[in-house]
Design a protein around this ligand. Structure first.
Ligand code: AP5
Ligand code: MG
Length: 221
Protein backbone atom coordinates (compact mmCIF):
# COMPACT_ATOMS: atom_id res chain seq x y z
CA UNK A 1 0.00 0.00 0.00
CA UNK A 2 1.29 3.49 -0.88
CA UNK A 3 2.60 5.32 2.21
CA UNK A 4 0.49 8.32 1.20
CA UNK A 5 -2.80 6.48 0.63
CA UNK A 6 -5.42 6.81 3.38
CA UNK A 7 -5.74 3.70 5.53
CA UNK A 8 -9.27 4.25 6.87
CA UNK A 9 -11.71 4.75 4.03
CA UNK A 10 -15.52 4.91 4.10
CA UNK A 11 -17.64 4.30 1.00
CA UNK A 12 -20.83 6.33 1.11
CA UNK A 13 -23.73 6.26 -1.32
CA UNK A 14 -27.30 5.15 -1.90
CA UNK A 15 -28.26 1.48 -2.19
CA UNK A 16 -27.00 0.38 -5.61
CA UNK A 17 -24.58 3.31 -5.98
CA UNK A 18 -21.75 0.83 -6.60
CA UNK A 19 -20.05 0.64 -3.17
CA UNK A 20 -19.50 -3.12 -3.31
CA UNK A 21 -18.30 -2.99 -6.93
CA UNK A 22 -15.70 -0.30 -6.29
CA UNK A 23 -14.68 -1.86 -2.96
CA UNK A 24 -13.34 -4.93 -4.77
CA UNK A 25 -11.03 -2.67 -6.82
CA UNK A 26 -9.80 -0.61 -3.85
CA UNK A 27 -9.19 -3.78 -1.84
CA UNK A 28 -7.05 -5.28 -4.57
CA UNK A 29 -5.09 -2.02 -5.04
CA UNK A 30 -4.55 -1.07 -1.39
CA UNK A 31 -4.92 -4.42 0.37
CA UNK A 32 -7.28 -2.97 2.98
CA UNK A 33 -9.75 -5.26 4.75
CA UNK A 34 -13.16 -4.80 3.08
CA UNK A 35 -15.82 -4.54 5.78
CA UNK A 36 -19.25 -4.72 4.16
CA UNK A 37 -21.87 -4.62 6.90
CA UNK A 38 -24.51 -5.88 4.44
CA UNK A 39 -22.34 -8.95 3.64
CA UNK A 40 -21.62 -9.50 7.35
CA UNK A 41 -25.34 -9.41 8.17
CA UNK A 42 -26.24 -11.72 5.27
CA UNK A 43 -23.62 -14.23 6.54
CA UNK A 44 -25.13 -14.00 10.04
CA UNK A 45 -28.60 -14.62 8.57
CA UNK A 46 -27.31 -17.64 6.64
CA UNK A 47 -25.63 -19.07 9.77
CA UNK A 48 -28.78 -18.43 11.84
CA UNK A 49 -26.94 -16.52 14.60
CA UNK A 50 -28.98 -14.37 17.08
CA UNK A 51 -27.74 -11.20 15.31
CA UNK A 52 -28.75 -12.66 11.94
CA UNK A 53 -32.22 -13.60 13.14
CA UNK A 54 -32.76 -10.11 14.56
CA UNK A 55 -31.30 -8.35 11.49
CA UNK A 56 -33.33 -10.33 8.94
CA UNK A 57 -36.62 -8.76 10.01
CA UNK A 58 -35.22 -5.29 9.31
CA UNK A 59 -33.31 -6.17 6.13
CA UNK A 60 -36.19 -7.95 4.39
CA UNK A 61 -38.37 -4.86 4.63
CA UNK A 62 -35.60 -2.45 3.65
CA UNK A 63 -35.20 -0.87 7.10
CA UNK A 64 -31.96 -0.14 8.93
CA UNK A 65 -30.78 -2.55 11.62
CA UNK A 66 -30.57 -0.77 15.05
CA UNK A 67 -27.42 1.24 15.71
CA UNK A 68 -26.36 -0.70 18.84
CA UNK A 69 -26.33 -3.98 16.89
CA UNK A 70 -24.31 -2.45 14.05
CA UNK A 71 -21.79 -0.69 16.30
CA UNK A 72 -21.15 -3.93 18.25
CA UNK A 73 -20.67 -5.82 14.97
CA UNK A 74 -18.11 -3.34 13.64
CA UNK A 75 -16.36 -2.98 16.98
CA UNK A 76 -15.73 -6.71 17.05
CA UNK A 77 -14.71 -6.89 13.38
CA UNK A 78 -12.10 -4.09 13.52
CA UNK A 79 -10.23 -5.99 16.24
CA UNK A 80 -9.44 -8.79 13.73
CA UNK A 81 -5.85 -9.19 12.54
CA UNK A 82 -6.58 -8.11 8.94
CA UNK A 83 -7.54 -4.63 10.22
CA UNK A 84 -4.12 -4.10 11.90
CA UNK A 85 -1.57 -1.91 10.09
CA UNK A 86 2.17 -2.47 10.46
CA UNK A 87 2.33 0.17 13.21
CA UNK A 88 -0.56 -1.43 15.13
CA UNK A 89 -3.03 1.15 13.84
CA UNK A 90 -6.56 0.16 12.75
CA UNK A 91 -7.11 0.13 8.97
CA UNK A 92 -10.21 -0.63 6.93
CA UNK A 93 -12.38 -0.03 3.91
CA UNK A 94 -15.91 0.39 5.28
CA UNK A 95 -18.80 -0.33 2.90
CA UNK A 96 -22.27 0.36 4.33
CA UNK A 97 -21.10 1.71 7.71
CA UNK A 98 -21.62 4.27 9.12
CA UNK A 99 -25.16 4.76 7.89
CA UNK A 100 -26.45 7.09 10.59
CA UNK A 101 -25.01 10.00 12.57
CA UNK A 102 -24.88 7.92 15.80
CA UNK A 103 -22.86 5.26 13.93
CA UNK A 104 -20.45 7.97 12.68
CA UNK A 105 -20.14 9.28 16.26
CA UNK A 106 -19.42 5.76 17.53
CA UNK A 107 -16.47 5.49 15.12
CA UNK A 108 -15.15 8.92 16.10
CA UNK A 109 -15.54 8.16 19.84
CA UNK A 110 -13.26 5.14 19.38
CA UNK A 111 -10.63 7.21 17.54
CA UNK A 112 -11.49 5.46 14.26
CA UNK A 113 -12.80 8.33 12.16
CA UNK A 114 -12.13 7.93 8.41
CA UNK A 115 -9.23 9.68 6.67
CA UNK A 116 -11.22 9.74 3.45
CA UNK A 117 -14.93 9.34 2.62
CA UNK A 118 -15.76 8.46 -0.99
CA UNK A 119 -19.30 9.54 -1.87
CA UNK A 120 -20.66 7.80 -4.97
CA UNK A 121 -23.30 10.12 -6.40
CA UNK A 122 -25.89 8.32 -8.60
CA UNK A 123 -29.45 9.45 -9.55
CA UNK A 124 -32.33 7.61 -7.91
CA UNK A 125 -33.80 6.13 -11.14
CA UNK A 126 -30.40 4.68 -12.04
CA UNK A 127 -29.97 2.89 -8.69
CA UNK A 128 -33.47 1.39 -8.91
CA UNK A 129 -32.61 -0.14 -12.31
CA UNK A 130 -29.27 -1.41 -11.02
CA UNK A 131 -30.75 -3.08 -7.94
CA UNK A 132 -33.62 -4.82 -9.67
CA UNK A 133 -31.15 -6.40 -12.16
CA UNK A 134 -28.47 -7.27 -9.62
CA UNK A 135 -27.41 -10.82 -8.82
CA UNK A 136 -25.10 -11.38 -5.85
CA UNK A 137 -22.62 -14.16 -5.12
CA UNK A 138 -23.59 -16.21 -2.06
CA UNK A 139 -19.95 -17.08 -1.45
CA UNK A 140 -17.85 -13.90 -1.81
CA UNK A 141 -20.51 -11.19 -2.22
CA UNK A 142 -19.35 -10.07 -5.70
CA UNK A 143 -22.18 -8.12 -7.36
CA UNK A 144 -23.23 -8.84 -10.98
CA UNK A 145 -25.93 -7.33 -13.16
CA UNK A 146 -28.06 -9.21 -15.68
CA UNK A 147 -27.32 -6.58 -18.35
CA UNK A 148 -24.31 -4.43 -17.33
CA UNK A 149 -22.15 -7.12 -15.74
CA UNK A 150 -23.31 -10.67 -16.46
CA UNK A 151 -21.18 -13.58 -15.17
CA UNK A 152 -19.36 -15.73 -17.73
CA UNK A 153 -21.58 -18.69 -16.83
CA UNK A 154 -25.22 -17.92 -15.94
CA UNK A 155 -25.93 -18.15 -12.20
CA UNK A 156 -22.30 -18.86 -11.24
CA UNK A 157 -19.72 -16.47 -9.72
CA UNK A 158 -16.64 -15.83 -11.90
CA UNK A 159 -14.49 -15.36 -8.78
CA UNK A 160 -15.39 -18.30 -6.50
CA UNK A 161 -17.88 -20.42 -8.55
CA UNK A 162 -20.60 -20.09 -5.86
CA UNK A 163 -24.27 -19.62 -6.72
CA UNK A 164 -25.59 -16.16 -7.69
CA UNK A 165 -28.87 -15.09 -6.06
CA UNK A 166 -31.44 -12.31 -6.35
CA UNK A 167 -31.25 -10.66 -2.90
CA UNK A 168 -34.56 -10.69 -0.98
CA UNK A 169 -34.35 -6.88 -0.60
CA UNK A 170 -33.66 -6.31 -4.32
CA UNK A 171 -37.39 -6.19 -5.19
CA UNK A 172 -39.45 -3.09 -5.82
CA UNK A 173 -41.05 -2.49 -2.38
CA UNK A 174 -37.90 -2.99 -0.23
CA UNK A 175 -35.83 -1.05 -2.80
CA UNK A 176 -38.12 1.99 -2.36
CA UNK A 177 -37.94 1.64 1.44
CA UNK A 178 -34.15 1.37 1.38
CA UNK A 179 -33.95 4.54 -0.70
CA UNK A 180 -36.22 6.36 1.80
CA UNK A 181 -34.09 5.15 4.72
CA UNK A 182 -30.98 6.32 2.86
CA UNK A 183 -32.47 9.77 2.25
CA UNK A 184 -33.56 10.25 5.86
CA UNK A 185 -30.78 8.60 7.85
CA UNK A 186 -27.64 8.31 5.67
CA UNK A 187 -27.64 11.28 3.27
CA UNK A 188 -26.90 13.71 6.18
CA UNK A 189 -23.47 12.04 6.47
CA UNK A 190 -22.42 13.78 3.23
CA UNK A 191 -22.46 17.12 5.10
CA UNK A 192 -21.12 15.57 8.30
CA UNK A 193 -17.96 14.35 6.54
CA UNK A 194 -17.48 17.39 4.28
CA UNK A 195 -13.86 17.93 5.42
CA UNK A 196 -12.74 14.46 4.26
CA UNK A 197 -15.30 13.93 1.48
CA UNK A 198 -14.53 13.22 -2.20
CA UNK A 199 -17.62 13.21 -4.42
CA UNK A 200 -17.41 10.86 -7.40
CA UNK A 201 -19.87 10.74 -10.29
CA UNK A 202 -21.00 7.11 -9.91
CA UNK A 203 -23.20 7.23 -13.01
CA UNK A 204 -20.38 6.26 -15.37
CA UNK A 205 -19.06 2.90 -16.56
CA UNK A 206 -17.63 0.80 -13.69
CA UNK A 207 -14.00 1.13 -14.92
CA UNK A 208 -14.33 4.93 -15.08
CA UNK A 209 -15.81 5.05 -11.57
CA UNK A 210 -13.03 2.78 -10.26
CA UNK A 211 -10.29 4.93 -11.81
CA UNK A 212 -11.85 8.15 -10.45
CA UNK A 213 -11.98 6.62 -6.96
CA UNK A 214 -8.38 5.36 -7.12
CA UNK A 215 -7.27 8.82 -8.24
CA UNK A 216 -9.22 10.47 -5.39
CA UNK A 217 -7.52 8.30 -2.79
CA UNK A 218 -4.10 8.80 -4.32
CA UNK A 219 -3.70 5.19 -5.45
CA UNK A 220 -3.18 6.08 -9.14
CA UNK A 221 -1.87 9.05 -11.12
P1 AP5 B 1 -26.09 -3.38 2.00
O1 AP5 B 1 -25.77 -4.75 1.57
O2 AP5 B 1 -24.98 -2.49 2.43
O3 AP5 B 1 -26.97 -2.71 0.88
P2 AP5 B 1 -27.03 -1.22 0.29
O4 AP5 B 1 -26.38 -0.11 1.01
O5 AP5 B 1 -28.47 -1.07 0.04
O6 AP5 B 1 -26.10 -1.24 -0.90
P3 AP5 B 1 -26.08 -2.30 -1.99
O7 AP5 B 1 -25.18 -3.43 -1.58
O8 AP5 B 1 -27.48 -2.62 -2.37
O9 AP5 B 1 -25.42 -1.48 -3.21
P4 AP5 B 1 -23.94 -1.13 -3.54
O10 AP5 B 1 -23.73 0.34 -3.38
O11 AP5 B 1 -22.97 -2.03 -2.82
O12 AP5 B 1 -23.92 -1.44 -5.09
P5 AP5 B 1 -23.27 -2.64 -5.92
O13 AP5 B 1 -21.80 -2.42 -6.08
O14 AP5 B 1 -23.73 -3.96 -5.42
O15 AP5 B 1 -27.14 -3.44 3.21
C1 AP5 B 1 -28.27 -4.28 3.15
C2 AP5 B 1 -29.13 -4.08 4.38
O16 AP5 B 1 -28.39 -4.41 5.57
C3 AP5 B 1 -29.63 -2.65 4.62
O17 AP5 B 1 -30.80 -2.35 3.89
C4 AP5 B 1 -29.88 -2.69 6.13
O18 AP5 B 1 -31.08 -3.37 6.43
C5 AP5 B 1 -28.72 -3.53 6.64
N1 AP5 B 1 -27.53 -2.74 6.99
C6 AP5 B 1 -26.29 -2.83 6.42
N2 AP5 B 1 -25.45 -1.97 7.00
C7 AP5 B 1 -26.16 -1.30 7.95
C8 AP5 B 1 -25.83 -0.27 8.87
N3 AP5 B 1 -24.61 0.24 8.92
N4 AP5 B 1 -26.81 0.19 9.68
C9 AP5 B 1 -28.06 -0.35 9.66
N5 AP5 B 1 -28.44 -1.32 8.81
C10 AP5 B 1 -27.48 -1.81 7.95
O19 AP5 B 1 -23.93 -2.36 -7.37
C11 AP5 B 1 -25.33 -2.49 -7.54
C12 AP5 B 1 -25.62 -3.05 -8.95
O20 AP5 B 1 -25.20 -2.09 -9.92
C13 AP5 B 1 -24.83 -4.33 -9.29
O21 AP5 B 1 -25.65 -5.11 -10.10
C14 AP5 B 1 -23.59 -3.83 -10.05
O22 AP5 B 1 -23.11 -4.81 -10.96
C15 AP5 B 1 -24.18 -2.60 -10.78
N6 AP5 B 1 -23.20 -1.53 -10.93
C16 AP5 B 1 -22.28 -1.09 -10.01
N7 AP5 B 1 -21.57 -0.05 -10.48
C17 AP5 B 1 -22.06 0.19 -11.74
C18 AP5 B 1 -21.75 1.17 -12.75
N8 AP5 B 1 -20.79 2.08 -12.56
N9 AP5 B 1 -22.48 1.13 -13.89
C19 AP5 B 1 -23.46 0.20 -14.10
N10 AP5 B 1 -23.80 -0.75 -13.18
C20 AP5 B 1 -23.11 -0.75 -12.02
MG1 MG C 1 -23.17 -3.60 -1.40
Amino acid sequence: MSALAPSRIVLLGAPGAGKGTVAKVIKSELGLAHLSTGDMLRSAVKEGTPVGTQAKTFMDRGALVPDDVMVALIEERVSDADCKGTKGDVQFLLDGFPRTLPQADALADRGLGPHKVIYLNVPKEVVVARLSGRRTCLGCGTPYHIEHRPPQKAGVCDVCASELVHRSDDHETPIRKRLDAYQQMTAPLVGHYQDVLETIDGNQPPEVVANSVLYAIGASS
